[in-house]
Design a protein around this ligand. Sequence first.
Ligand code: CP3
Length: 379
Amino acid sequence: MKKDGDIFRFASNEFSEKSAARLSNDSFLRALFKEETAYTPIWLMRQAGRYLPEYRALRERVGSFARLYKDPELSCEVALFPLARFPLDAAIVFSDILTIPDAMGLGLSFIENEGPKFEYPLRDERAIRELFVPDPFDRLRYLADAVSTTRHALAGRVPLIGFTGSPYTLACYMIEGGISKDYRFVKTMIYDRPDLMHHILDVVADAALSCLNAQIESGAQVAMIFDSCGGVLSTAAFREFSLPYTRRVVAGLIKEKEGERIPSIIFTKGGGAWLESIADTGCASLGLDWMTDLGEARRRVGGKVSLQGNLDPQALFAAPDRVAVEAVKVIDSYGPDATGLVFNLGHGVSQFTPPEHVAALVEAVHRYTRKPKSTKKTR
Ligand code: CP3
């Protein structure tokens, strides 16, 4: 099999034109860069997951979530499930943010109805001092291979998103050992031993960066950073423990590959208070949770970045016609000109979402935003 990159090896001046032509739907990339699009592109966080019966059946057959994402062919198959059902405008690599701490030796398992658990959470100074940056092409080879397999299978249909957790969010799971309600161990460390927290973040930032760059080298066309736990911090703590490390990851990312710019998206759940400073990291786009008003966010970031969001994922429990109404409200909240908007949910799709409601959402977003501007409600 010929690798994509080889084709253009000797013709660097032609990179841009030819590689753009390789994507049959580039609306997602264009919207991330605030360029005009024929309609508002849409994809959904966790679009490939348990709400899809074909996902549940395949997981049942192979035995576990980990077996799916550790096998590049299966990972690719799952990433394509939602695209076979809905005309989504982006694909995301099927994996998990916690593969990085797993590769750092923390022993990850996923327990049914409980979520992720680490066998060796970071609880003592010695373990923290021994942390190392794993080689992404060795211990995370399966991830790089999942990216290249999925990119190849997409055959230019839509762009492929690679991702990592933010250093702070990864550190939270590594210290707590799993999902936490009160972040007791993390907060104890932040206030008692900030030096140890900074050491963890330092190593994890390098690990996250090298893992995301490995995904870009393997064919990811967009880089997304999930700071799902950032919103539990005070403003001062966010500025000290989350933002600088995310900024470091953004700064180190490969910015261009084969003549194509690689945009980055930062999603900070609960980060509504800090949009200006997150927009200042150099990312192309901000992912917004459903608590933040899109129009207000747009005014605050002042055109610096595009925005991605932000329907309440639980709105998808409502009947399809209600889902369509809620989608329109989100689009209208952004303002009359939807340039620079990528439609998404404010967090991942719930496993209890009926797939037909997702179909209604995708249809509504495309239909409503394709209308000529003059027939659209203006404010
Ligand atoms: O479709 C996609 O979005 C791509 C795949 C993807 C998964 N996890 C698959 C997954 C992505 C991008 C993630 C990111 C992720 N993983 C985050 C950041 C985004 C967020 O949700 O805030 C976090 C915090 C994790 C860690 C994680 N993984 C948790 C907390 C859980 C358990 C809770 C849950 O929602 O299931 C997981 C499991 C997980 N990750 C599943 C999937 C499909 C479910 C696995 C299963 O039981 O089959």
